[in-house]
Write a protein that binds this ligand. Structure first.
Ligand code: FAD
Length: 261
């Protein structure tokens, strides 16, 4: 069973700053982490390999420092990692990101299952998993909380829905996105840490991927960020004066006028 896990490195803080000129994130001086949902995706990939054999390949698109995240992935059980990094990939929206990931996955020998996190904590769209499945032309299941069965080109999973669980059967290869209820990610092993330190991280560029440069990065993006801003907080308070009864009456009138009651 060959599993591909898509993993993104994200800022480990909500105190992010936006470059007013480019409307993109200022990444310098920020502590980065593996997107939390992707740690569950990776753990599930490793568990599938332990159960069914095969290998786990982690793919990530990002700037060169993403290498740290991929080393961390090796330390918890990834067999192979691939960093997709090129200036041409910069400024990608979800469509261009999914296209780049799909072209990289197409180049892998064989894959049975692709696991993504349900969403990231920075872009937060949850679009990459479904877009990836669409681009690869394979089935997709979102919010998977348990893989019940997996064998011979067939998979049965439980997915979380508002009022419980759905059980879905699908053929393989397929893409799933996972929720944190699916497992408890393991800590790195000593052997894993040693392996991660000496690992050479392969970097695939746009040229190596053979992608159309008009389909990646900013030029391949269907969306543009026009403006990013924090909504202004308006705190307006009023202290009522006078006798308690008058205050209560005045409060009721104000609430009625504001159509709250
Ligand atoms: C309106 C808007 C404008 C944006 N503009 C810019 C911009 O100008 N410049 C810029 O750099 N970024 C920009 N971004 C961020 C960029 O779109 C995202 O980094 C990227 O497309 C992934 O989307 P996401 O973070 O919402 O992932 P989601 O769809 O929430 O991620 C779901 C899962 O997909 C996988 N995944 C997502 N991204 C990657 C990745 N890079 N590598 C491997 N796996 C991945 C992970 O498993 C993840 O858990 C923008 C985002 C939005 C919403």
């Amino acid at each position: 069973m060959n599993v591909v896990v898509c993993l993104k490195q994200v800022p480990g803080t909500t105190e992010v700053k936006i470059d007013p000129q480019t409307n993109t994130l200022i990444r310098q001086g920020i502590n980065n982490i593996i997107n939390p949902f992707d740690t569950y995706a990776l753990e599930e990939g490793v568990r599938v390999r332990e159960r069914c054999g095969g290998k786990v390949t982690v793919v990530s698109m990002g700037p060169p420092q993403t290498e740290e995240a991929l080393r961390e992935a090796i330390s918890v059980g990834a067999d192979e990692v691939i960093l997709l990094s090129d200036r041409a990939f910069a400024g990608a929206d979800t469509l261009a990101t999914s296209y780049t990931l799909a072209r990289a996955i197409d180049r892998l020998e064989q894959y049975d299952l692709i696991i993504c996190g349900r969403q990231t904590i920075d872009g937060d769209t949850g679009q990459v998993g479904p877009e990836l499945a669409e681009m690869l032309g394979i089935p997709f299941v979102a919010y998977v909380s348990q893989i019940e069965e997996l064998a011979n080109g067939y998979m049965r999973v439980q997915r979380m829905v508002e009022e419980g669980h759905e059980v879905i059967e699908t053929s393989l290869p397929a893409v799933i996105t996972v929720v944190k209820e699916i497992n408890v990610p393991r800590l790195p092993s000593l052997r894993g840490l040693a392996k991660s330190k000496s690992a050479v991280i392969p970097i695939w560029t746009a040229q190596e991927l053979g992608v159309d440069e008009n389909m990646v990065g900013l030029s391949g993006s269907a969306t543009r960020v026009i403006k990013i801003f924090f909504p202004e907080r308006v705190h307006r308070g009023e202290i009522l004066q006078g006798e308690l009864e008058n205050q209560a009456e005045s409060l009721i009138n104000k609430l009625r006028n504001a159509k709250i009651i």
